[in-house]
Design a protein around this ligand. Structure first.
Ligand SMILES: Nc1ncnc2c1ncn2[C@@H]1O[C@H](COP(=O)(O)OP(=O)(O)OP(=O)(O)O)[C@@H](O)[C@H]1O
Ligand SMILES: [Mg+2]
Length: 283
């Protein structure tokens, strides 16, 4: 019997190191059993140490990919990540304004190492064109401060920044607390109905490459699975915490989280490999 799982689309940049960006998004989707699709906006040369360079695709190429996916396969939820330039932000926002499914916008502006991933002049386009089509925006502290034009030093500042971002038109804003000085993993959701905190266990972990991408991809995935916004955040929070706890020591710097922690931990991966036996003998 053929099955048709929910469809989730990421519009983002490629991380050659496989821990963040499009690669993290697709792994997250596969780990949750949905069908992941990817529209590539930019290519980064990236590893555990930093971003060595990036190249954006022409807007025409991004529009064509979106058209291919939407006109045939369709989507149940979308997330956006690195969009690199004002031109791409506008192109993507204009297509997404015609799509009637949840849109999670991760307003990526710098990498974990502080390397820029969004042109400075693109911030205005994010504010005026992308945020109004978002069901949820997931800025970290720096992005919330930048988008909202508010300084953030503590949890009160964090909430003020979230409210300033909400005023730009998205339905909801989730500011991530991972970067507050007092090492906390509580995220704050602000909607027109009020404020809700999502506390999380802070894991003393080194390998956190791609946490933001993974988290927003997991939220979009749960929305595609039919969860409410708060249920989706709740479940994605469990996933990112466990993926961080199981982080992979790859490269000289900050390694990726483990998107398949439960397969590794349950032994399912090893069992499957063992079940194949020795291909030489089978033939
Ligand atoms: N060490 C940690 N332990 C537990 N949770 C964490 C930790 N660091 C971040 N988180 C959580 O991971 C999620 C992603 O947040 P984070 O602040 O890392 O995003 P980000 O800055 O956008 O990441 P990235 O640099 O990958 O773009 C949030 O729910 C945050 O609370
Ligand atoms: Mg991020």
């Amino acid at each position: 019997m053929a099955t048709a799982p929910p469809r989730v689309l990421t519009v983002a940049g490629s991380d050659s190191g496989g821990g963040a960006g499009i690669q993290a998004d697709l792994k997250t989707m596969l780990a949750h059993g949905v069908h992941g699709m990817s529209v590539l906006a930019a290519v980064t040369a990236q590893n555990s140490i930093g971003v060595q360079g990036y190249w954006e695709l022409p807007a025409e190429a991004v529009r064509a990919q979106l058209d291919s996916v939407l006109s045939d396969i369709g989507v149940d939820a979308v997330k956006t990540g690195m969009l690199a330039s004002a031109g791409l932000v506008r192109a993507v926002a204009s297509v997404l304004s015609t799509v009637d499914v949840p849109v999670v916008v991760d307003p990526v502006s710098v990498s974990k190492h502080g390397d820029p991933l969004l042109a400075e002049e693109a911030v205005d386009a994010v504010r005026s064109e992308l945020l109004p089509v978002a069901t949820l925006v997931t800025p970290n502290l720096h992005e919330a401060a930048q988008l909202g034009g508010v300084k953030v030093a503590d949890e009160r500042g964090l909430r003020r920044a979230a409210e300033a971002v909400l005023a730009l038109g998205p339905k909801a804003v989730l500011v991530k607390g991972g970067h507050l000085a007092e090492r906390r993993a509580t995220d704050v959701l602000v909607t027109r109905a009020g404020v809700r905190h999502f506390p999380g266990e802070y894991v003393e972990a080194r390998h956190t490459h791609g946490t933001g991408c993974t988290y927003s991809a997991a939220i979009a995935t749960h929305l595609a699975l039919g969860r409410s916004l708060e249920e989706a955040i709740d479940r994605a929070k469990v996933y990112i915490t466990e993926a961080i706890r199981a982080g992979l020591a790859l490269g000289q710097g900050i390694g990726p989280t483990d998107h398949f922690f439960y397969l590794r931990q349950s032994g399912a991966c090893e069992r499957w490999l063992a079940s194949l036996g020795d291909p030489g003998v089978r033939r």
